[in-house]
Design a protein around this ligand. Sequence first.
Ligand code: GLA
Length: 733
Amino acid sequence: MKKTISLILIAFLSISFSGLKAETIRLDQLDVSKGTTGWPNHPTQVNKSIEGNPLTMKGKVYQYGVGAHAPNRFDIKVNGATRFSCVVGIDDEVRPAPTNEGIAGYNIIQVKNGVETIVKSGVIASTDESVVEIDVDITGWDFISLETTESNGNNWSDHVDWCDAVFEYTGEAPFTVYYDEMIPKFHCMFNHFSLPNTRMMHRYKTLNPKDVIHVENLPAGLTFNPQRNIVEGKLPAGKYSYTVIATTTDGSTITKEATIDVRSNLISPTPLMGWMSWNVYEGDITEEIIKKTADAVVEKGLLAAGYNYIAIDDLWHGSARDANGYLDCNYSKFPSGMKALVDYVHDKGLKIGIYSDAATRTCAGAIGSLGYEEKDAEQYAKWGFDFLKYDYCFAPTDQATAIERYTKMGDALKATGRDFYYLICEWGERKPWEWASAAGGHSWRTTLDSRDTWDHGRYDTEHCGVVQAIDIMRDLAYYSGPNHFNDADMLMTGLYGTGKSSSHDGANGMTNREYQAQFSMWSIFASPLIVAFDVTTMNDETKRILTNPEVIAINQDKMGLQAECIYNTNQIEVYAKDLENGDVAVAFLNRKSTAAQIEIGLDKLFLEGSHIVRDLWAHEDVMTVSDKISATVQSHEVKLYRVRPAGTSTEELNETDKSIKIMQDKNRLLIQFTDFQNDTKQVQLLDISGKTLMTKSCNEKTASFDTSNLSKGVYLVKATTGDLSITEKHIIN
Ligand code: GLA
């Protein structure tokens, strides 16, 4: 009897449960402001097209839906919902769209256990005869993502409508989330480099700020600061590792192994500084131009300020490989051949770079390196090059092939046994910050080609102005450090609209204030500082900007951090960068067309007590503050500050830090060791080929070489103590 009652009860319960009618909720009833659209300043529209018209596709007007612009994405927590249906297409407001416009890809993505799987995809075009109908069973999914993409290389006229978009659910309704809240994921790098006994700082974050991060197995010498999620300290030369763990909001953990490679012979402990030929000359490069640029870089004080690379960009190439597969230069441009040019540039105390592409052709159509990586690397090494920029035109769009091709060339460069700086140039399209360092890269372009303009107006597939590059760099701060930097592309300073490619599309140059702002931002971003103008005609204003030692010191700081954006509202941005000696560099950026008052609390810089604020463009201490820094900033101006504790001077702080300085006066090279007590010290004078001419051991703070009997030329001075070793070039005239 008892059994019969239970059976009846079960039957009744299951009838009544299956009889519960699922409820429905439409996409336009959710918070769609969390969705993204690919048209800046045009947020998603509820029950309207992206331009505010009635939602209309193929002549039919839809009462309910969301107007967006590709590339766009909505991420929705399914929350037990079972079914999603909608129609998607291009709004009639763009009809007839110009050829190759109004075409987008669409994806319906399942997210389950942190894994994204595309379950439906295709292309929608304004020329389609009907809309695409979607109807998917989403039972058991964690999230559903609705996405549109640029399928035809541009997003022009991609006005996307998601209409009659309905979820069926029982219980609590689904809701939109930010992408960051969906998949537990770190948003930072884990392979670190450092010079020995130099302060380092590793910053960690996940996409969801609510996740909790901690570290385990830290080597002695490093500590973890849970308030800031940073590991910091100093280590002697060696290889180290430790574990980073994030506990996500749902209680699961993600674990990563961090590695640290500490050595004195890093190729790029600080961002590269130099000159590159493309923007100003494009294909009109010649031996004479490179030589006169090298002369000017030395004579006009750019080398002394730190610009020590000259790089030849595209179109140096001969027209065919030889029978053995080697490629020579174009002799009508470089009549003495590459070796002679490389020697000339080296004799000036400069390093020299060359260019190729990870495909059969370069961007401008010369011969690329695909399939000839070893031969090309061997050739560059034989000529004596020190740097390769490796471009990505005519290559497949996926990330895996890019990793494979860049690693192949990275390995080929290493196999030559010569030190190469390796610049990876795939414009940030395949997230190189996640893999380019492992491929051997020392920096990677994060942006499309820069143009000589403040605001290029659109985020298209080819070019960007200063603010577009800043918008991309802003989010990448935790992917930069010694020996591997985000590269925001060449500086426009000095061009004044006279460049070639940099002035395409009417980019007619900027004001000195804007050039100074770009230089300030690239400096605090720890981006390579690569100029691209005719140095022989450099004016005083350009020289003042490019050689400001206090600003360059921010860029060249040995901790190698990229500044983090700590305030970003209404076209006002504030950035902060921790410096090796404990000072903090701060940039106030005003993107508005009018002046603005900007302020930031010292607490946002993790500083307490009284601090002196030095204006690095005015070269003076401008305020002593204990609560906040504030200033009026002109339109398109950057105020760049160095903040240090009150009662100190920068010199005093340096005195307490270990350092080696090499100075030159008329008849002497003077080497000064600070704070090494009784460590054994050795100094060597070498010729440019690396042959030792003189060696001295010393236990004192200083050592010197008499240079009065040396013939004119470039010499190397190497100073070593403990794990620290530096080599500098000096010109004896
Ligand atoms: C690409 C690169 C540029 C330049 C040109 C040369 O566009 O991004 O920096 O090297 O190729 O063709």
